[in-house]
Design a protein around this ligand. Structure first.
Ligand code: THU
Length: 128
């Protein structure tokens, strides 16, 4: 199953809008009902407005009304399996269980598996 999700993340990276970094990222989120949401990074001439691939995929799912996210795969053209940025880790912590599986994939197909809780332990989760 993770293999299919990695394929989906690689496919998503083909839509990356990366005229500044030339560093395409793709992500694929699987919901508990089996639905897949793909996302890519979308850059902007005002660099700070860039949206990472992970957040694009998660925000697509959430904006479609999906709340039960199960798993995410992330692909980057990196030597080592891509390491998600801090902002994306925080957004993952908001919408996935800490035990949710994260599969990180490198350009040669190597993967690393971990959980959302591994990526961001002791995360800030609510205002209470
Ligand atoms: N990027 C992502 O899409 N995800 C990450 O986890 C790390 C960084 C993007 C942002 C920018 O378009 C490019 O990679 C270089 O930082």
């Amino acid at each position: 199953m993770a293999i299919d999700l990695i394929r989906s993340a690689i496919e998503a990276s083909q839509n990356a809008y990366v005229p500044y970094s030339h560093f395409p990222i793709g992500a694929a989120v699987k919901a508990k009902d089996g639905q897949i949401y793909q996302g890519c990074n979308i850059e902007n001439a005002s660099f700070g407005l860039t949206n990472c691939g992970e957040r694009t995929a998660i925000f697509k799912a959430i904006s479609e009304g999906q709340r039960d996210l199960e798993e995410i795969a992330i692909y980057g053209e990196t030597q080592e399996p891509i390491s998600p940025c801090g902002a994306c880790r925080q957004v993952m912590a908001e919408f996935f269980e800490p035990t949710a599986q994260v599969t990180l994939a490198a350009k040669d197909g190597r993967t690393a598996k971990m959980t959302v809780g591994d990526l961001l332990p002791y995360s800030f989760l609510d205002l209470k």
